[in-house]
Design a protein around this ligand. Structure first.
Ligand code: F6P
Length: 289
C-alpha cells in the first residue's frame, strides 16, 4: 500500500481507560513520520456522517492521564450492513491508513477491516482496547489493568462492611462473556469464589466454598460474579443462595460502568503508548512497500 499520506484515527466500542494515551501516541508518531492525521468522531459513525477533524501534536496535549476517549465512541453496529457504511467520506479526506482502538470483538474487528480493505482499499490497524481483556492474541488489552484495579479498590471497601456486619457479598463485575476481570479480581482481593461464564458452578459447590471460608474463621465472604445475561448474574445467584442457604445475610453490589472510568494506570498508559507507536510503524512499513 504505497503512498499513504493521511491517517484517520477513531475509537469504537465501549470506552476503556488508556484510549486517550493511544490516540496521543498514534497522533504524535504519525506526525513525526510525516503523515497528516485526522480524528474521526464517534467511531465508525463519524465516517458515515463525515465528522472528521484535523489533528496536530497540540490536539493531544494533556490527555494521557484522562479516562474515556476525546474522540467519543459508539458501537456502530450498522457498518456491517451496506447501507450503514460511509459514502465516500474516506476518499474526500484523502484517506490512506486507518487506525482503530476499540472494544468490539476480534471477529468484528477482522470483519470491519476486511470490509474497508475491500471497498475502499484502505488498510486498518486495530489496537485492542477493552476492559474485558477478551481479545485473542493479546496478553492484556488497553483498559483491563485499570478496570481490574478499580474493582480491587471497590472490593477492598466492601470487605470492610462485609466483615463488620458478618455478611456475604455478591459483587458483579463486567467482562462481556469472559471471566478475566472476575477471576483476577477474586485472586487479588482474596475473595472466597469467582463465578465465571467459562465454568458452570452449582449453588451447592458455591455454598461449600463459602462455608470453607467461614470455617477458616472468616466472618464474612465475598463472591465475585462475572456479568452473565444468560444466568442473571449476581442478582439471580444471590436469590438462589438466599433461598437455599437462609443462614447467610447476603447482599449484592453491581459495580457497573464505574469499571470503565478513571485515569488509566501506568500499565495501561505504557501499553497504549507502545501499541500506538507500533501501529504507525506497521503503517509506515506497509506504506513503503
Ligand atoms: O465491552 C466492554 C463492556 O463494558 C462489557 O464488559 C459490557 O458487557 C458492555 O461493555 C456494556 O456495554 P454498554 O456500555 O454499551 O452497556
Amino acid at each position: 500500500m504505497a503512498g499513504i499520506k493521511s491517517i484517520g484515527i477513531l475509537t469504537s466500542g465501549g470506552d476503556a481507560p488508556g484510549m486517550n494515551a493511544a490516540i496521543r501516541a498514534v497522533t504524535r508518531s504519525a506526525i513525526y513520520n510525516g503523515f497528516a492525521v485526522k480524528g474521526i468522531m464517534r467511531g465508525f459513525k463519524g465516517l458515515v456522517f463525515n465528522e472528521i477533524v484535523c489533528s496536530n501534536p497540540q490536539s493531544v496535549s494533556n490527555i494521557i492521564q484522562l479516562g474515556g476517549t476525546i474522540l467519543k465512541t459508539a458501537r456502530s453496529r450498522g457498518i456491517h450492513h451496506d447501507r450503514g457504511r460511509p459514502q465516500g467520506g474516506i476518499r474526500q479526506h484523502g484517506g490512506g491508513g486507518h487506525r482503530r482502538s476499540g472494544g468490539d470483538r476480534r471477529r468484528r474487528i477482522a470483519h470491519g477491516r476486511r470490509l474497508f480493505a475491500e471497498e475502499y482499499n484502505v488498510p486498518i490497524v486495530g489496537l485492542p482496547g477493552t476492559i474485558d481483556n477478551d481479545l485473542g492474541g493479546t496478553d492484556s488489552t488497553i483498559g483491563y489493568d485499570t478496570a481490574l484495579n478499580t474493582i480491587i479498590e471497590a472490593v477492598d471497601k466492601l470487605r470492610d462492611t462485609a466483615s463488620s456486619h458478618e455478611r456475604l457479598f455478591f459483587v458483579e463485575v463486567m467482562g462481556h462473556t469472559a471471566g478475566y476481570l472476575a477471576i483476577n479480581s477474586a485472586i487479588a482481593t482474596g475473595s472466597e469464589a469467582a463465578i465465571i461464564p467459562e465454568m458452570e458452578t452449582e449453588v451447592d459447590q458455591l455454598a461449600e466454598l463459602i462455608n470453607h471460608g467461614f470455617r477458616k474463621s472468616k466472618n464474612s465472604a465475598i463472591v465475585i460474579v462475572a456479568e452473565n445475561p444468560k444466568t442473571g448474574g449476581a442478582t439471580a445467584l444471590a436469590e438462589r443462595v438466599k433461598k437455599e442457604f437462609p443462614q447467610y445475610d447476603a447482599r449484592v453490589t453491581i459495580l457497573g460502568h464505574i469499571q470503565r472510568g478513571g485515569s488509566p494506570t501506568a500499565v495501561d498508559r505504557i501499553l497504549a503508548s507502545r501499541m500506538g507507536e507500533a501501529a504507525i510503524e506497521a503503517i509506515s512499513t506497509d506504506s513503503a512497500t
